[in-house]
Design a binder for this molecule. Structure first.
Ligand code: ZN
Ligand code: ZN
Length: 343
């Protein structure tokens, strides 16, 4: 059929299907029609397809939130984008009209959409979005690197809370795609030591390639002891939790007045917390999640090549083999997996 396109649709716990969906058209003057290049696989996607399910998702939506593409058509109110421009997408785009948006706090938008989780996303050929979801990157930027925009915005935005300085020391728990992005960001921020704990050998190697100064296998080595050795008995300045269930460990790895960032996301994690350690060492604990106001900067980071994103994105798999991409991400024998559109 002429006005239809193939899409990967979420069909309930553990299931997706290839379905025909109408090609969306521009309806509002600020709309942008995007030809999707594809979509990276997120840990959230793995959690959505896990059994039991670890993250909610709306049934029958077009799946995939970490997508990117090329402008195909713009509404009459869009003057800063034109057909052919490459754009990274903020799937949690702000509405631009609610009280928080008007107060300059788009990250706290009261009508936040989550394209690809609770509304139609990017695992299809064409998507129509308001212009404030789209951020232009240089023409030579590779699509698979553009796919990291959404998680990198979350990481970059969260890391600003730690106020990292040149010469600081850091520990990152977990070297999955999110951990790898934090390692690269900490390196770019000038950390002199980045100690990374990761049980999977392949991911420890990736960690070293993107900037870790020491990798630790927590199954066979004593991370706390190694961190003390590496920091003259003190503990690190910053500890990033990129696993989901290891917040407590972070408290024992930072120096007095050290900073902990919880970024690993598991809706079911309920760790018991060592309150006395926290208060006696005056540790600062931050949470990080979405990076909405950070998207402009992320577009600039990606196109500049300042981070080794080509080492973080380890696999490109066509959308016609989506199950393979999900299985690979779930196996953890990879960095970031990008699903390229071939439907
Ligand atoms: Zn994501
Ligand atoms: Zn809003």
């Amino acid at each position: 059929m002429a006005n239809m396109q193939k899409a990967i649709v979420y069909k309930g716990p553990g299931q997706f299907a290839y379905e025909d969906r109408p090609i969306p058209e521009i309806k509002n003057r600020n709309d942008v029609k995007i030809k999707s290049y594809g979509c990276a696989v997120c840990g959230t996607d793995v959690n959505i397809f896990a059994t039991p399910q670890k993250h909610p998702c709306k049934q029958d939506i077009i799946f995939g939130h970490e997508f990117c593409g090329e402008v195909a058509e713009v509404g009459e109110g869009v003057t800063d984008l034109k057909p052919g421009d490459k754009v990274v997408i903020d799937p949690h785009g702000p509405c631009g009209e609610c009280d928080n948006c008007l107060a300059g706090l788009p990250e706290a938008c009261q009508h936040v959409s989550s394209r690809g989780v609770f509304a139609d996303g990017g695992l299809t050929n064409y998507v129509v979005l308001p212009k404030q979801y789209c951020y232009k990157v240089a023409p030579e930027t590779k699509p698979e690197l553009m796919g990291v925009a959404e998680p990198l915005a979350g990481c970059g935005c969260a890391l600003e809370k730690l106020n990292v300085h040149v010469g600081d020391t850091a520990c990152v728990l977990g070297a999955g795609p999110i951990g790898l992005m934090f390692i690269a960001l900490l390196k770019a921020n000038g950390c002199r030591k980045i100690i990374v704990s990761e049980p999977i050998e392949h991911r420890r190697k990736l960690a070293l390639e993107v900037g870790a100064t020491r990798v630790v296998n927590p199954d066979t080595e004593n991370l706390q002891q190694i961190v003390k050795e590496e920091t003259g008995g003190l503990g690190v300045d910053h500890c990033v939790e990129a696993v989901a269930a290891m917040l407590v460990d972070c408290v024992y790895l930072v120096r007095p007045h050290g900073k902990v960032l919880q970024f690993g996301h598991d809706e079911l994690a309920r760790p018991e917390f060592p309150v006395a350690e926290l208060l006696k060492n005056e540790i600062e604990v931050y949470g990080g999640y979405l990076g909405k106001y950070y998207m402009r900067k992320v577009a600039q980071i990606i196109e500049s090549g300042i981070l080794p994103l080509d080492k973080i994105v380890t696999d490109v798999i066509p959308a016609s083999r989506y199950q393979e991409a999900l299985d690979l991400a779930a196996s953890r024998q990879c960095g970031k997996v990008f699903v390229s559109m071939d439907l």
